[in-house]
Design a protein around this ligand. Structure first.
Ligand code: SAH
Length: 347
């Protein structure tokens, strides 16, 4: 913003003032920025635009989860989710329209990749959710676990972390932000060298390359050994661990043998495991395992000294749960099969 203001012949200080209006006070109308001279406001209206993702639909779950459908300035649509009381207040935001990673159990993956979000669109979701939930001046966590693969949109995602952290604005420190990746190894290596670091979550989902190749195709490029080696070397300060997400697919990756293998794979990594029993949906060719299978899997890990939790499926009734974010009409390939799937998945 300072660079853009300089180009327009405006002093740096003004950029800071406008930044504060937008990101701290939630004001996106230049005319209402009352500490700016009137002529300056008129000039800003002429030369700049503040585009906030436009809320087109909101769904509320019986459990308090709220899902927001936003329209971007080019008409593309994304979803973000507010998950209350986990015990923290959490905003789950998207980093891309669609996703290129094509995990076999994820509806966003079925959309294919449409485009990257800009830094403004990523932070704009946080502004919009803060506004809608009345949490602008309260603490909340941000998880980059919505649509898209954040490390496939590296620069915009890292810039959004810096914007969110800025004390003049939202002031969300990076320790309150979790970035979840399916394991884009070169980008993880780059992330490891960043001065400002979010919490890291890694979607592991399998304990053999054969299974992971099938359910998370990125594994064919960066196999398990390479991914885990990168995790092992990832710099973690004292109190941090890597959170490994593990989606449980009935009869595919949820056997006691898988649990034992998982424990030994993670043996020398500062890890915690978050189990995600599949959120089933039409078009997803897997089943959710029975609760007993989930707890048996968790117990094997816990018995081996691994910190383990089971993710509650918040907002399943409004399709706001993990892997259920999909937006109609933006699919890459328009096959009849996919169209049928999206129909089944729509609200
Ligand atoms: N691309 C990133 C961010 C998505 S985070 C990543 O893969 O980590 C969303 C989490 O939900 C991921 O762990 C993802 O694998 C998981 N997920 C996707 N589809 C799911 C489904 N149907 N049920 C449960 N979890 C799912």
């Amino acid at each position: 913003m300072e660079a853009a203001f300089r180009e327009a012949g405006l002093p740096k200080l003004r950029a800071k003032q406008v930044f504060r209006w937008i990101y701290r006070k939630g004001v996106t109308d230049f005319e209402l920025m009352s500490d700016l001279p009137i002529e300056l406001r008129a000039l800003l209206v002429q030369q700049f635009a503040i585009s906030t993702p436009q809320l087109v639909h909101e769904a509320r779950s019986t459990d308090g989860t709220r899902k927001f459908l936003f329209q971007l300035s080019d008409g593309k649509r994304i979803e973000s989710v507010f998950i209350p009381d986990t015990p923290k207040q959490t905003f789950c935001i998207s980093s891309q329209v669609g996703c290129a990673m094509d995990c076999d159990f994820c509806l966003t993956g079925k959309m294919g990749f449409v485009r990257n979000l800009t830094t403004a669109e990523i932070t704009g979701q946080v502004r919009a959710l803060a506004e809608a939930t009345g949490l602008r001046d309260k603490p909340f966590n941000v998880v980059m676990m919505g649509m898209g693969e954040p490390l496939h949109n590296y620069d915009a995602v890292m810039a959004s972390l810096r914007v969110m952290a800025d004390g003049q604005g939202l002031a969300v420190p990076p320790r309150r932000v979790t970035l979840s990746t399916v394991g884009v190894v070169p980008a993880m290596e780059r992330l490891a060298r960043e001065p400002v670091m979010p919490n890291l979550a890694v979607s592991l989902h399998a304990t053999t390359n054969a299974t992971r190749d099938r359910i998370a195709p990125i594994n064919r490029k960066y196999p398990l050994e390479q991914l885990l080696d990168t995790c092992r070397k990832f710099p973690l300060n004292r109190r941090r661990q890597i959170m490994f997400e593990y989606v449980l697919l009935d009869g595919v990756n949820d056997t006691p043998e898988d649990a034992r293998r998982l424990a030994s794979l993670l043996g020398d990594i500062k890890a915690k495991v978050n189990l995600l029993p599949l959120n089933a949906a039409p078009g997803i060719p897997y089943d959710r395992p029975a609760d007993e299978r989930v707890s048996a899997f968790g117990k094997i890990l816990a018995d081996r000294g691994i910190w383990v939790s089971v993710r509650k499926s918040r907002g399943r009734d409004i399709r706001a749960a993990c892997g259920q974010l999909i937006v109609e009409g933006q699919k890459r390939s328009a096959g009849a099969k996919l169209a049928g799937l999206m129909e089944g998945a729509s609200r």
